[in-house]
Write a protein that binds this ligand. Structure first.
Ligand SMILES: [Zn+2]
Length: 115
């Protein structure tokens, strides 16, 4: 099995250096949503409906379930870098795994499933 080549080592070191610099990282995503409340006579039930919001919602997965909560614009501004960090973290992990797969030389040895 081949040792990682110099460019692969440099790429790994660059990923490791960036990982070491990442600060707090919040999972999930922010989405702006409008909603209908379901109260009879509310403007959101009108014709045409005038929906509530838009509200900023933070959606993430907790124990395999999707959890959503509203956040304020102030919170969004404050935590945007944390969300950005989490996204960057996922990208770096994906890059490191792809690089490692390449460096290992194992990639071509995958056993094919018979169809
Ligand atoms: Zn309503």
């Amino acid at each position: 099995m081949a040792e990682p080549r110099a460019p692969q080592r440099r790429a790994q070191a660059a990923i490791a250096a960036e990982l070491a610099q990442i600060g707090f990282a919040l999972p999930g995503s922010l989405v702006s949503r409008t909603t209908a409340c379901g109260k009879p006579g509310c403007r959101c039930q009108g014709d045409p409906p005038v929906l509530h919001g838009p509200y900023l919602t933070w959606t993430r997965t907790v124990n395999g379930k999707t959890v959503t909560r509203k956040i304020t614009e102030e919170q969004r501004v404050r935590f945007q870098p944390w969300f950005d960090n989490a996204r960057r973290l996922r990208q770096l992990v994906a890059d490191l795994e792809a690089l490692s797969l390449q460096a290992s030389g194992l990639e071509g040895d995958d056993q094919r499933q018979r169809s």
